[in-house]
Design a binder for this molecule. Structure first.
Ligand SMILES: [Zn+2]
Length: 602
């Protein structure tokens, strides 16, 4: 409530302020999409409302965009850059660097025109732009992200702008922005234009209400397998859980933009919308759940970074990519919240939630560098080195937020967890008041408990091993890096494989298999009569490790071109599970009390 009041007050101040002085003139962009002529390029024209000053003589394209943590260098896609005077006479201009064009006569320039290629189908040597952050144009649809079509004269990043898109009749357009009667989308500055992607084409759409907020869903599906209405239906419970988690949605209108075609590349969050480029396949309950998990994550970004972010995000640098040490907050906390709000909303059972945690810890240990701190990951997110570790922000980053929640609950006696602190911070700061990039760890600790400063030092600024066992123990959840289930399984020992002749050969052979006559280099032809293929071999290897102890199995191998069958007996081994979480059936009353607080929105 308080938040809505504050936003309302701000709007009043703004509108009275505007009445007293003339509104700043808008930059007018026109983008023409004509798939009959070209399905690779967009034509862009910018009309300048005023003369450019000398220090505005450079036209800038984006080197990156907020929330992407990747180098984009949009100048690479620009063709045929031209400047014109008021009479339409061409003026000189020249390219200064990848993303900058110099205007020879800024005071005479009234219009800038260029062609910009779509990012999906335009080959590049490096820094391939994620699909959801790029642009696409096909005969029946287009995806536009602001920075993939628009640039700005230097010094005019904060100038209001309007954008009209000329597109084929019969197409629909979906965006968080709503066009005016003349078809113009208005943005208060370049940042907002970048923050407001537009999906156009043969779309289906559906809307729902969440409290006072309107939620719209726009969907492009190449062969119409997925439609807006059932997809929104599948997401409805999650949206309800999100509303309970957030109490009051900090937005009036929110748009989900879905693009289903040949491959899944993920999703990109914005302040009032999010966009998804996913593989088109039937909307089974499993697929709907995985889309919902993703949507929960992107939707929660309306809390952070939208309402809690440092000045690095507030004054975004489109010229030079700059990392923030608080990526743990923007992505880690968001990923934690996406699953936690579904657990607390009763959408997923606790056992499933614990399996999600297991997967996240496994990623950290098996696929990432556990010694690479989250702070370093944030600061280096634009470098190749940082990009290699980037996926871990959703894994160890989320686990770190989960532990922070547990620590806050413990210190507050079950009264105030991470959710409650985030909601306080969102109220205190909000969309246009950044937290301090430098002092946020200190400020967060001041707002909560001194012990939290130490938490940040250990697990965000440094990369100390996460105390999973100790922290989950507080709520009566057991954790073991290696857990013996007590069951006995049959195993054929540790073997290694390498591709050979379009199939697989043994690269490493266990003592058990050696004893049956298998040698390094033998082609693995069949297991218990079932042929080994690239598609089935994972399942086969699992089966080889998890049968009955002492069971006889048959391997068909090809030794130096000669096929033979060998019979082996599996040896007994202990069944183990790695990174294992389980509810402790013997939890103490104290643990149960904190678990109760942990499982609900306080
Ligand atoms: Zn995210």
């Amino acid at each position: 409530m308080q938040h809505a009041l504050r936003a309302g007050l701000l709007a009043t101040l703004l509108s009275t302020g505007l009445a007293a002085q003339a509104a700043p003139k808008e930059l007018t962009y026109t983008v023409t999409i004509d798939p009959a002529k070209s399905t690779d390029e967009f034509q862009v024209a910018l009309q300048l409302p005023q003369k450019l000053k000398k220090d505005q003589a450079i036209y800038q394209f984006a080197s990156t965009a907020p929330g992407t943590y990747q180098v984009m260098d949009m100048g690479r896609f620009v063709r045929n850059f031209q400047a014109f005077d008021a009479k339409g006479k061409p003026l000189e201009s020249k390219q200064l660097g990848t993303n900058q064009w110099q205007l020879a006569q800024p005071d005479k320039t009234r219009e800038i025109r260029y062609t910009i290629a779509e990012t999906w189908d335009t080959p590049v040597n490096e820094h391939r732009i994620y699909r959801m952050c790029g642009s696409s144009l096909e005969a029946d649809h287009a995806l536009l992200n602001g920075q993939t079509i628009l640039g700005y004269p230097q010094g005019m990043q904060n100038q209001p702008l309007r954008l009209k898109i000329n597109y084929p009749s019969g197409w629909q357009a979906g965006s968080a922005l709503t066009p005016d009667a003349q078809g113009y989308y208005h943005a208060k500055d370049y940042d907002q234009a970048v923050d407001s992607p537009i999906l156009l084409g043969r779309l289906t759409q559906a809307t729902t209400k969440l409290g006072d907020a309107e939620v719209a869903l726009y969907c492009y599906s190449k062969t119409d397998q997925i439609k807006a209405e059932p997809l929104l239906g599948a997401m409805q419970k999650m949206l309800g859980a999100a509303q309970s988690f957030l109490v009051q949605l900090p937005v009036k209108r929110y748009a989900f933009l879905y693009h289903f075609e040949d491959q899944s590349q993920g999703a990109w969050e914005h302040s009032y919308s999010s966009e998804y480029t996913l593989k088109e396949q039937p909307l089974t309950p499993e697929y709907a759940q995985s889309i919902t998990d993703m949507a929960a994550h992107e939707f929660f970004h309306i809390v952070t970074p939208l309402n809690i972010h440092s000045e690095i995000i507030e004054h975004f640098n489109f010229v030079q990519p700059t990392g923030s040490q608080h990526l743990w907050l923007y992505e880690g906390t968001t990923e934690w919240a996406a699953h936690m709000m579904q657990l607390r909303g009763g959408l997923i059972p606790l056992d499933d939630y614990l399996k999600t945690l297991q997967g996240k810890v496994a990623y950290d240990h098996l696929r990432a560098d556990t010694t690479y701190s989250l702070k370093k990951l944030g600061l280096n997110s634009f470098s190749d080195e940082g990009q290699q570790q980037y996926g871990n922000i959703y894994q160890r980053g989320a686990m770190t937020a989960a532990l922070l929640d547990l620590r806050l609950l413990e210190l507050s006696g079950g009264k105030r967890g991470l959710r409650e602190v985030l909601l306080e911070l969102a109220k205190q700061y909000g969309p246009s008041k950044p937290v301090s990039e430098q002092n946020f760890f200190d400020d967060f600790a001041k707002q909560t408990y001194p012990e939290i400063r130490d938490f940040f030092r250990r697990y965000v600024e440094n990369a100390e091993p996460l105390p999973l066992q100790e922290y989950y123990g507080k709520v009566g959840v057991q954790y073991a890096p290696v857990y013996r289930t007590g069951r006995k399984l049959g195993s054929l020992g540790l073997n290694g494989y390498a591709p050979k002749n379009g199939g697989l050969a043994f690269a490493q052979v266990s003592a058990t298999l050696q004893a049956c006559g298998v040698a390094v280099g033998d082609q693995f032809v069949a297991y218990n009569g079932a042929p080994i293929t690239m598609e089935t071999f994972r399942q086969t290897i699992m089966a080889m490790q998890s049968g009955q102890p002492g069971q006889e199995v048959e391997l068909t191998i090809s030794h130096e071109g000669k096929e033979k069958k060998v019979r082996c007996r599996t040896v007994e081994r202990d069944e183990t599970k790695r990174f294992y979480f389980a509810v402790d059936p013997q939890a103490t009353p104290q643990q149960l009390a904190l678990r109760q607080a942990w499982l609900k929105n306080l």
